[in-house]
Design a protein around this ligand. Structure first.
Ligand code: IPM
Ligand code: MG
Length: 363
């Protein structure tokens, strides 16, 4: 029987609770689909600072590199706010992205039909569905560029640098074009080419790449216009590809529009299919330990893992179908509406497990 080695980075706040439920669902799925999973725990973020003094111990990098895939809960919390910038939980997150070479960040922003009313946008703007895939470059740009703090004529100053080379733009571009080919063959590249040199290179490179993908319709938007278009008419978007910092901002905007922030998963991939999967929401320290966190985004992250790293698409479908089904009747407090059953984190995990089915395709 096939066995997959998964490193678990449970992290801080609600992280351990939601990862626990995702593991339960993965085990149930494995049992139905005939594979096994072996788990290794590793420390990242605040819990790593408490145990070792640093947010990303070398041992964590080694364990992740030795595994087939990585599942992350969430990191951070007020307890570590006083740490210096380079020793905060967030630095651990950036560090692991860099160390594993996770340059491609896939952030789907979808609306789950039973949660349609949760979108802050009017239903005529949202339409029947919203299904946007943001492809964010994750290991370059201003997050990883040269930076410093210095004195300028006796005044304190600081700088950060946005830099991309053609290879970095091409490899994220290919991920996005390939994604567009698998979806609706429509790709929007977002930049600030009216101001930034790095954006002009970005646009030039995307245009060149598009010749290799004649079936994909490529268009370009400036980031400010894109932010506006997302709330004016989100239906116009299918796949969006953009830089690290623009992707950070636009993916938060898109997730809010979907109204399903507690529901959204993400994948960060390197060039050899090793991936780190995580919910897009944070560690929610205010509700940690209360047993009320919504584990569905983490459970859906496991579905993405099965699809993108482990090549088990039928198992991924089974999880996604179970989540779609469970939402009709069962809700954690964050998505509760009258007429549904309000459940705890653990009860939600159990409810999803009970709905995992192996569908036999006929014909
Ligand atoms: C995200 C987060 C991180 C980022 C922070 C926590 C460093 O906002 O994953 O979007 O900016 O990339
Ligand atoms: Mg962000």
């Amino acid at each position: 029987m096939k066995n997959y080695n998964i490193t678990l980075l449970r992290g801080d706040g609600i992280g351990p609770e939601i990862v626990g439920e995702a593991v339960k669902v993965l085990d149930k799925t494995a049992e139905k689909f005939g594979f096994t999973v072996t788990y290794t725990d590793a420390l990242l973020g605040g819990c790593a600072i408490d145990a070792t003094g640093v947010p990303l111990p070398q041992e964590t990098i080694d364990k992740c590199l030795a595994s087939d895939s990585v599942l992350l809960g969430a990191v951070g919390g007020p307890k570590w706010d006083t740490q210096p910038g380079n020793n905060r939980p967030e630095a651990g997150l950036l560090g692991i992205r860099g160390a594993l070479g996770l340059f491609a960040n896939l952030r789907p922003a979808v609306i789950f039909e039973p949660l349609r009313d949760a979108s802050p946008l009017r239903s005529d703007i949202i339409g029947d569905a919203m299904d946007i895939m943001i492809v964010r470059e994750l290991t370059g740009g201003i997050y990883f560029g040269k930076r410093g703090t210095f004195e300028e004529d006796g005044v304190k100053a600081a700088y950060d640098t946005e830099k991309y080379n053609v290879n970095e733009i091409e490899r994220i571009g290919r991920v996005a074009f390939d994604m567009a080919m698998k979806r609706n063959k429509k790709l929007t590249s977002v930049d600030k080419a009216n101001v930034l040199d790095s954006s002009r290179l970005w646009r030039e490179t995307m245009n060149r790449l598009s010749k290799e993908y004649p079936e994909v319709e490529l268009n370009h938007l400036y980031v400010d216009n894109c932010a506006m278009q997302l709330v004016r008419n989100p239906k116009q978007f299918d796949v969006i590809v953009t830089s690290n910092i623009f992707g950070d901002i636009l993916s938060d905007e898109a997730s809010m529009i979907s109204g399903s922030i507690g529901m959204l998963a993400s994948a960060s991939l390197n060039s050899s299919k090793l991936g780190m999967y995580e919910p897009i929401h944070g560690s929610a320290p205010d509700i940690a330990g209360l047993g009320i966190a919504n584990p569905l985004a983490t459970i859906l992250s496991v579905a993405m893992m099965l699809r993108y790293s482990l090549d088990e698409p039928a198992a991924a479908d089974a999880i996604e179908n179970a989540v779609a089904e469970v939402l009709k009747t069962t809700r954690t407090p964050d998505i509760y509406t009258e007429g549904t059953k309000k459940v705890s984190t653990v009860e939600m995990g159990d409810a999803v497990c009970a709905l995992i089915k192996k569908v036999i395709a006929y014909g």
